[in-house]
Design a protein around this ligand. Structure first.
Ligand SMILES: Cc1ncc(COP(=O)(O)O)c(C=O)c1O
Length: 381
């Protein structure tokens, strides 16, 4: 089997054979599949197998893999050079598209990853407020640069603010959780968080690295009706290339150098190739019907729930609009289920804590086939 040999080789040179832990399939207890290529809703391994992909680069590839419009835009951009370390008009254009789609962003800055976006936004919040403490909620994920971030429970938020609200620079929150399975938005809590942060002079930061442009053409903040001070973006806005961004009102954002004193620099931020992928992706997305993604994700999530109930398997399906996750009562059951899916050509997120996504390349037939595979897999575990 090519895959086994290739993964052994990967282990010789890369730590654990991967560049990000979840890719190791440690959670599943088997070697990971190495991906040779992707096209539309499918990815292909080195043994010639294909899989319907529900990982989609952890949500980044919303148009599916190697979307022809994005490939064309990238091909034409490549011949003009890859990186200048100077402003190019592609940056301005992508910023304009994002600003037009998200009501609370007046100015933004591009960085190279979601982690860099949250790191930079929290740093800006600390400088802006002159305070040190940044809170995040338990079971949330905002990238790996989380030093200085304090984890709290939702229930303790009132008490924490009452006790030391004037020391808190910011609260950073995923408005829809995507890193402890899918966690549905708690609108009342988010509204209260908005009030509390305002009352105590702290900033509210929405981490929309997953949710930005995932549920609608824009931000989930405009669905929920809560205006954060800063929004972090990533994934989709780069069309599958490495990107991050953070933005908000001018009054806060203009504290960044060169206008202000908060230094944040980057060799590759605003890279013209990445910007071109982002522009082509958003231009495609603008005319897409997100209801279609909702239908696909809803049907699949509903079918898993129904089938599990029928077969008396203890699992929970969490679903919000275009994303879903599955959590079994026993981890061993998830592992067995996952292995069966892989064998039959369905690639779900290799951990119960990760979300599953659908793309505009997925078809109703993909969903029908996946439902068949899921039904059989549940029957065999
Ligand atoms: C909500 C959230 N914030 C931040 C990040 C970090 O983004 P990146 O992996 O691009 O650094 C992620 C990554 O999955 C994420 O889900």
């Amino acid at each position: 089997m090519a895959n086994t040999l290739l993964f052994k080789k990967a282990e010789e040179h890369l730590v654990g054979g991967v560049n990000s832990p979840v890719r190791s399939f440690n959670y599943i207890g088997r070697e990971p599949i190495l991906i040779k290529k992707g096209s539309g809703s499918r990815i292909y391994d080195y043994d010639g197998n294909s899989y319907i992909d529900y990982v989609l680069s952890y949500g980044a590839s919303i148009l599916g893999h190697a979307h022809p419009g994005v490939v064309k835009a990238l091909s034409s951009a490549l011949k003009n050079g890859f990186s200048f370390g100077a402003t190019n008009l592609k940056e301005v254009e992508l910023a304009r598209l994002i600003k037009n789609a998200i009501s609370s962003i007046e100015k933004l800055r591009f960085v190279n990853s979601g982690t860099e976006a949250t790191l930079s936004a929290t740093r800006l919040a600390r400088a802006y407020t002159g305070r040190n403490r940044v809170l995040r909620l338990k079971n949330s994920y905002h990238g790996h640069a989380d030093y200085l971030l304090e984890e709290i429970d939702k229930a303790s938020i009132e008490e924490v603010f009452k006790k030391s609200g004037n020391k808190i620079a910011a609260v950073i929150v995923e408005p829809v959780g995507g890193n402890f399975g899918v966690v549905l938005p708690d609108t009342d809590f988010l509204k209260r968080l908005r009030e509390l942060t305002k009352e105590y002079g702290a900033l509210l930061i929405f981490d929309e690295v997953i949710t930005g442009f995932r549920f609608r053409y824009g931000s989930v903040s405009d669905i929920i009706g809560v205006n954060p001070d800063l929004i972090c973006l990533g994934k989709i806005i780069g069309g599958g290339l490495s990107i991050g961004a953070y933005g908000g009102g001018k009054e806060i954002m203009d504290n960044l150098a060169p206008l202000g004193t908060v230094y944040q620099g980057s060799t590759f931020a605003g890279n013209p190739i990445v910007m071109q992928a982002g522009i082509a992706t958003l231009e495609e997305l603008r005319s897409k019907k997100y209801e279609f993604l909702e239908e696909l994700a809803g049907r699949l999530a509903g079918a898993i729930r129904e089938e599990a109930k029928k077969q008396k398997i203890d699992l929970e399906v969490a679903h919000y609009r275009t994303i879903f996750s599955v959590r079994f009562k026993e981890k061993a059951k998830f592992q067995a289920f996952y292995k069966k899916l892989l064998k039959r050509g369905v690639y779900f997120a290799p951990s119960e804590n990760e979300a599953n996504f659908v793309s505009f390349s997925h078809t109703r037939k993909d969903i029908d086939n996946t439902i068949k595979v899921v039904t059989n897999a549940l029957g065999e575990i």
